[in-house]
Design a protein around this ligand. Structure first.
Ligand SMILES: CCOCCOc1ccc(-c2cn(C[C@@H]3NC[C@@H](O)[C@H]3O)nn2)cc1
Length: 448
């Protein structure tokens, strides 16, 4: 047996997002978001599911905080529904929306839980999408205005901030692959969205500094780790492009002030480049305090001329998969964090890691041993990274509870807590108690 001891100030938490858990979609003055629209578009979301009710956390947040208190976590990552704060995106402020988040954050603080706030987790106000959304530079100033409202309102309560969750999903999954809202399939749109959200990120960080907010700010890219199927240049190139489009495409502009040349050239050869205006790259490259990384799986990639915008395909190597079909391979978490050291020994939080395991309740329990195994393997890699001297400061399991998994609707379950979507009853799973013990001990026993 080996004991993995974690640093005494290590942040153990869980993560959720507004549209996935809150519900109350037409309550409290909230305006519609692109996900309200997308979920109502036939064929876009499994079973026609939507976030109208979700986990009803808008009304049940006290119960949720009690669950967090029972879990013993010291950090909770959540996101803000922009259209609750400014219903039409860049107009009047909705006080009811601010009041809700004050009630919620106060409950977290009372429970001794550090709020870790993501400003944008995909739910753009629909009114902004009506005039082009992130393709329109108007969204940049609208986001900075929204973020300024939040910085001013919650300075002193919220100390840990993230501007954007998973910029690859916002730009490429949603506008090039088309699986998420607004569901476009246009490479130039993806590059425009990626660029404008980066400018919005940088200008919001500048506003954060200008206001002298007492806290730290960063961004949360979901990162890919990929290895080539063969040693051919073509397969290596495919794997490189896949890694770079998730992390370097966003972190190079932030940390280096320019896009990564290999991938820039790749897109340019097809006639597409980011819409860089004078001063944009300087605006993007504001120093940040941390990054959150979201890791679920790694992949084996090979070149395929018909493989989409990257001419890449993932090869199924027969690994164990979770119920959403993603291979279980924790080595990628270790490798990708070392890969990110090229930006310096920056403060890193694992802001999402978890497994889709759709076990249901049997005799009052959810015996999700596969999720426990996944978490144990990946948290062991977290310990390896820390032992290597890397500034990995915290781990937030995705997710506190089962919730609306975007285009997969409610069929895919990532929670440590089971949610019955008819009764909204929360039931801690066996993985909840496993994680509770890890957090309490701040060490983990492993077989090795
Ligand atoms: C035909 C090609 O189809 C491609 C589907 O491609 C993807 C890729 C990645 C994802 C994905 C989902 N999640 C979990 C979420 N992270 C944020 C939080 O809200 C979680 O719900 N991470 N990545 C989904 C779909």
């Amino acid at each position: 047996m080996t004991i993995f001891q974690f640093p005494k100030d290590f942040k153990w938490g869980t993560a959720t997002a507004a549209y996935q858990i809150e519900g109350a979609a037409q309550e409290g003055g909230r305006g519609p978001s692109i996900w309200d629209t997308f979920a109502r578009t036939p064929g876009r979301v499994y079973n026609g599911d939507n976030g109208d009710v979700a986990c009803d956390s808008y009304h049940r947040y006290e119960e949720d905080v009690e669950l967090m208190r029972e879990l013993g976590i010291n950090t909770y990552r959540f996101s803000i529904s922009w259209s609750r704060i400014i219903p039409d995106g860049d107009g009047e402020i909705n006080q009811e929306g601010l009041d809700y988040y004050h009630r919620f954050v106060d409950k977290l603080l009372e429970a001794g839980i550090e709020p870790f706030c993501t400003l944008y987790h995909w739910d753009l106000p629909q009114t902004l999408q009506d005039v082009g959304g992130w393709e329109n530079r108007r969204s940049i100033d609208a986001f900075v205005k929204f973020s300024e409202v939040m910085y001013r309102e919650f300075n002193g309560k919220i100390r840990y901030w993230l501007t954007f969750n998973e910029p690859w999903c916002i730009a490429f999954l949603s506008n090039v692959i088309g699986v998420h809202a607004p569901g476009k399939q246009d490479l130039q749109a993806g590059l425009d969205v990626a660029h404008n959200l980066l400018v919005a990120h940088g200008k919001s960080v500048s506003k954060f500094r200008e206001l002298g907010v007492d806290g730290k700010i960063g961004i949360a890219p979901n990162v890919a780790w990929a290895v080539p199927y063969s040693k051919t240049e073509a397969d290596q190139g495919a794997a490189d492009r896949n890694i770079q489009v998730f992390s370097d495409w966003f972190l190079d502009p932030i940390y280096k002030g320019s896009y990564p040349k290999p991938l820039y050239d790749w897109f340019e050869q097809s006639g597409h480049v980011p819409p860089i205006h004078e001063g944009d790259m300087e605006a993007i490259a504001q120093p940040i305090d941390h990054i959150g990384i979201n890791y679920y799986a790694m992949s084996v990639n090979r070149f395929n001329p018909d493989g989409g915008y990257l001419q890449m395909e993932e090869v199924d190597m027969g690994l164990t998969k979770t119920d959403i079909g993603w291979p279980v391979e924790s080595r990628g978490l270790y490798d990708v964090i070392h890969y990110l050291q090229k930006y310096g020994n920056i403060d890193i939080y694992i802001t999402e890691n978890g497994a889709c395991i759709n076990d249901d309740i049997v005799n009052g329990k959810v015996n999700d041993t596969r999720r426990i195994s996944y978490l144990q393997q990946h948290i062991a890699q977290v310990h390896r990274v820390i032992a290597d001297g890397i500034n990995l400061k915290g781990y937030m399991a995705w997710s506190l509870m089962d919730n609306f998994e975007w285009a997969e609707g409610y069929r895919m379950r990532f929670g440590l807590v089971h949610v019955d979507y008819r009764s909204l009853k929360r039931t801690p799973k066996e993985s909840f108690y496993w994680y509770q013990n890890l957090v309490k001990n701040n060490w983990m026993e492993t077989r090795k």
